[in-house]
Design a protein around this ligand. Structure first.
Ligand code: BYC
Length: 337
C-alpha cells in the first residue's frame, strides 16, 4: 500500500526532478557523452539516450517530410516547362527530392519509428515540414528561384549535417548534398539564361520571383538562436554543427554576390556590406509570418497537406498489391521448403 506513493510521485509530474537511474544506465550515458565529446559517430545499434533518439527522430522525419512536400511546388511546373531540356532537368530534380525523402525515412526508421507512423503524423498535421513549401509557384521563374535560393539555403544548412553525430543521418546527407548541388546550379543557370538572353518581361518575371522568395528563404534556417529551443542541446550532441543565425548569415553573404552575377536585386533596403563585421547586414525578418506559416496558416498549407493525403489514399492499391504479392511469395517459399 505504501508503495502506491511512488506512483503518485511520478504522476505529480515532477518532470524536472532527476530520474532515478540504474548504475548500468549511468555508465552507458557516461560512455555516450565521452564518445560525443570525442567527435565519434553513433550507429543505430549503439545505446542512445532517449532524448537524443527523440530529437533525431523529430528532425530527420521533418526533413523527410520536407523533401516529399517539396516535390509539390516544383511538380506544379513539369507539364509547363518551356523546353524539353528544362522539362527533363525538372523531372530529374523532382524525382531526386522523392529519393531524398526515402533515404531520410530509412534513416529515421533506424531510430525505432515506422514509416507508417511518420506518415500518419504528417497527414494528421502533427508533424512539421519546412515552412518554405507553403508558398506558391506562380511563374516558371519560381522554379529557377527555388533551385537557386531554396536549394542554396538547403545546401548551406545540410552540408554541416554530413558531420552529424548520428551516422545513418550523416551518410544520407552526403548523398543528398551532392544532388542538391546540381539542383542549385540548374536553378541558377535557368535564371541566368532568362536574365542574359530573355525579354524584358522574362527578366521582370525573375525579379518578381526573387522578391517573393527572398524572405521566406531566410526563414528556412529557423528562428533566431536566442529563440530556438532545440539548438543548445542539438549543438551539444553534435546533431547541429552550426547555429541557425550563423548559417543564415553565411547564406546571405553568398547570395548577395550571386545576385550581382545574375543582375537581380534583393528586396531588402537594409542590405549592405559591414566592413567591421566582414558580413552583409540585412533587415529584420518578419517572424510573425514564419510562425503563422509553421502553425498551418501559410498560403498553401492546406493545399500541400491535402495533396499528400490524396497521394497516400490513391496509392493504397499499390501497397495492398505489394503486400499480397509478398504474402504469396512467402507462402510459395514455405511450401517448397
Ligand atoms: N520550417 O529550435 P529550432 C529542401 C521549427 S528540404 C518549419 O531552431 P531545430 C528541399 C522546429 O522544427 C529542407 N518549422 O529547431 C526539398 C522547431 O519545432 P519543433 C528541409 C521550422 O530543429 C525539396 C521550432 O521551429 N531541411 O531543402 O533545432 C525541394 C523551433 O526551431 C523551421 C531540413 O529539414 C522551418 N523552416 O532547427 C527543394 C534540414 N525552422 O520541432 C528543397 C534539417 C524551425 O520543436 N533540419 N522550425 O516542434 C534542421 O537543420 C533543423 O531542424 C532546423 C530547425 C534548422 C530546420
Amino acid at each position: 500500500m505504501y508503495t502506491q506513493a511512488m506512483d503518485l510521485m511520478a504522476k505529480e509530474g515532477k518532470s524536472e526532478a532527476p530520474l532515478l537511474r540504474s548504475a548500468e544506465e549511468i555508465a552507458l550515458q557516461q560512455r555516450f557523452d565521452a564518445r560525443i565529446d570525442a567527435g565519434e559517430f553513433m550507429e543505430a545499434k549503439d545505446w542512445l539516450p532517449e532524448n537524443y533518439r527523440k530529437t533525431l527522430l523529430r528532425q530527420i522525419s521533418q526533413h523527410a517530410h520536407s523533401e516529399i512536400v517539396g516535390m509539390l511546388p516544383e511538380g506544379n511546373w513539369i507539364t509547363r516547362a518551356p523546353t524539353l531540356k528544362r522539362k527533363a532537368i525538372l523531372l530529374a530534380k523532382v524525382q531526386d527530392e522523392g529519393g531524398h525523402g526515402l533515404y531520410l525515412y530509412a534513416a529515421a526508421e533506424t531510430l525505432g519509428s515506422s514509416r507508417d507512423q511518420m506518415l500518419e503524423a504528417l497527414h494528421s498535421g502533427k508533424a512539421k515540414y519546412s515552412s518554405i513549401f507553403n508558398y506558391p509557384t506562380l511563374s516558371w521563374a519560381d522554379v529557377g528561384v527555388i533551385g537557386w535560393l531554396v536549394d542554396g539555403a538547403a545546401i548551406m544548412n545540410q552540408v554541416p549535417i554530413c558531420r552529424c553525430s548520428y551516422a545513418p543521418y550523416a551518410r544520407a546527407m552526403v548523398r543528398i548534398c551532392r544532388e542538391e548541388s546540381f539542383h542549385q546550379r540548374q536553378g541558377f543557370d535557368s535564371l541566368l539564361v532568362m536574365m542574359q538572353r530573355g525579354t524584358p518581361a522574362q527578366q521582370d518575371m525573375v525579379q518578381d520571383a526573387v522578391n517573393r522568395w527572398w524572405w521566406p528563404t531566410l526563414m528556412m534556417f529557423g528562428p533566431p538562436d536566442d529563440q530556438s529551443p532545440n539548438s543548445a542541446q542539438s549543438m551539444r550532441w553534435g546533431i547541429k554543427r552550426i547555429s541557425n543565425d550563423e548559417l543564415r548569415q553565411k547564406f546571405v553573404d553568398a547570395a548577395v554576390e550571386q545576385a550581382k552575377v545574375l543582375g537581380v536585386s534583393l528586396p531588402d533596403p537594409e542590405l549592405r556590406w559591414n566592413e567591421a563585421r566582414q558580413h552583409y547586414d540585412f533587415g529584420a525578418i518578419d517572424w510573425s509570418e514564419f510562425w503563422r506559416v509553421v502553425g498551418g496558416d501559410g498560403p498553401c498549407n492546406r493545399e500541400r497537406l491535402s495533396a499528400r493525403v490524396k497521394a497516400w489514399e490513391d496509392g493504397a492499391w499499390v501497397r495492398d498489391a505489394a503486400l499480397a504479392h509478398a504474402a504469396r511469395q512467402t507462402e510459395r517459399a514455405r511450401r517448397q521448403a
